[in-house]
Design a protein around this ligand. Structure first.
Ligand code: DUC
Ligand code: ZN
Ligand code: ZN
Length: 481
């Protein structure tokens, strides 16, 4: 850590806090100038002094998997429902949860130009966001010109990650198409993210459950059991191996998929893995609530039997999981969202997704750090640094170092909070975590040197958040495994 001469006057100094990165913890001041971290040292002086005594000074969270303002369409996870959050409400909620960067998706629909799809999302986000953002691309139609021209060009313009789906009628790619996308991404320097569930099995099981009159939200899990995620995870890893391209398995939900990833890593395959709060804190019991309320916890893959939570925690603790994201996919519990087809409809037609941008970091901090399952540095890695590194934002973001953007969250580790939907800033009318008591909360959030949130008050402005180009560091051909 560098020291600064005491006569330097910074724009802002965060004073007296415990600064932690993914690797180090130190008691020191942070000097900020022109939106960047300019010094780490003792007794720094700034025009604005922020007292962080008894607080933790951490890199701002990076929620690297969230869905905002995706247009309504059939054949997708939404089932045609209205997404409740756009870039305004979504980024606001993220900021109040201690985040300074989000990476939502730009979705290509079949027949659509990928370039046109991405331009549309840039327009949706423009001048609306409170914090910085990037876009993962979703490719649903890898036509020859998409692979030869559009995708490489967009990757070269700072979209360093691409998601593909193995399920959903309007999104899924064949194994051959996935190989084509993997190959293109490898050449162009993007990371492939994959939604690993077996489409044919889901479709067959769904038809059978419906024929038996099993329509309630709790049957959602029966239609997508762990075995179909396990099989798809295994196949996805095989495709990555065949294409010799790095891959990240998103929203891993439980033991059997985790075992596939462990086995692949033991073979030396570079597979990355993400999990989400719903696989630590929700279970099949949450899908089985009266009055259709189980729909509030429907997401894909679904929450599993509780024993899986232990395996997911184990993966968080021992480093199997690189990324911890919300997978915020916001639908209201009203006729615009979950209740679009009424409370008697088959689970097949209910929008898949749950909200979580604002609660992701605090849940992990409380149940991970405060219980002693993980240390503060591992929390920082999962909450921020690993996403910055994997998705091409590091060292500009995801750490506290001289020269990095001053994207910082000051946490009060002793703050006791009972989560209620009233206190959240998303546009969803419920939270799956209503009434849960947690310890630790981000009280001040700073984006590129500007205070966005302080003690529950919004000080930032829509439009402050900019698109950030992301480029993955170049790797030698030999570094794949
Ligand atoms: N996949 C996601 O990544 N998010 C929401 C639902 C889904 O299927
Ligand atoms: Zn998915
Ligand atoms: Zn998602």
């Amino acid at each position: 850590m560098m020291s600064a001469h005491s006569i330097d006057l910074f724009d802002t100094v965060i004073h007296g806090g415990t600064v932690a990165t993914a690797s180090d913890t130190a008691l020191c001041d942070v000097g900020i100038r022109n939106g960047k971290i300019a010094a780490l040292g003792q007794d720094l002086r700034g025009r604005q002094m922020l007292d962080a005594s008894d607080r933790l000074v951490l890199p701002g969270g990076i929620d690297a998997h969230c869905h905002l303002d995706q247009p309504r369409a059939q054949g997708l996870a939404s089932g045609g429902a209205l997404m409740a959050d756009d870039f305004h409400s979504g980024s606001l909620s993220a900021a109040f949860g201690g985040n300074t960067t989000i990476i939502p998706f730009a979705v290509q629909h079949r027949g659509q130009s990928l370039v046109a799809a991405v331009a549309d999302y840039h327009q949706r986000a423009n001048a609306r966001a409170f914090i910085d953002y990037g876009f993962h691309l979703i490719v649903s139609d890898p036509r020859p010109e998409v692979l030869s021209d559009e995708l490489p060009m967009l990757i070269a313009r700072g979209h360093a990650s691409v998601k593909v789906y193995m399920t959903y009628e309007a999104m899924r790619l064949s194994d051959r198409q996935i190989l084509d996308v993997l190959d293109c991404n490898r050449r162009a320097g993007a990371l492939t993210m994959i939604h690993a569930e077996n489409y044919e099995c889901i479709s067959w099981l769904t038809d059978r459950l419906e024929a038996e009159g099993k329509l309630a939200p709790k049957f959602h899990e029966d239609s997508r059991p762990m075995a179909i995620e396990r099989e798809a995870t295994h196949r996805a890893i095989t495709l990555s191996e065949v294409a010799q391209a790095e891959m990240l398995i998103v929203h891993v939900s439980g033991r059997e998929a985790i075992e596939e990833i462990r086995r692949a890593r033991a073979r030396g395959i570079r597979i990355y893995a993400e999990t989400c709060p719903q696989y630590l804190f929700l279970s099949t019991a949450d899908l089985d609530q009266p009055d259709f309320r189980g729909a509030m916890c429907m997401c894909s893959p679904p929450p599993r039997e509780p024993v899986n939570q232990t395996h997911v925690w184990q993966g968080i603790e021992d480093g199997l999981f690189d990324i911890f994201s919300s997978d915020h996919a916001p639908y209201r519990f009203d006729p615009s969202g979950k209740l679009m087809y009424g409370p008697k409809v088959s689970f097949r037609r209910v929008a898949n997704g749950i909200p979580g941008l604002e609660t992701r970091g605090p849940l992990l901090f409380s149940e991970g750090v405060m219980t002693g399952r993980i240390d503060l540095n591992r929390f920082v890695a999962l909450n921020s640094t690993n996403s910055a590194k994997l998705y091409g934002l590091h060292p500009r973001k995801g750490t506290i170092a001289v020269g990095s953007d001053a994207d910082i969250a000051i946490w009060d580790p002793a703050r006791r909070v009972t989560i209620t939907n009233d206190m959240l800033h998303h546009n969803v009318d419920y939270t799956p975590y209503e009434g849960r008591e947690i310890c630790g909360w981000p009280v001040t959030v700073i984006s590129r040197g500007e205070v966005v949130v302080h003690e529950g008050e919004l000080l930032g402005r829509a439009g402050h958040g900019h698109f950030v180009e992301r480029y993955r560091p170049a790797k030698g051909a030999a570094s794949w495994n």
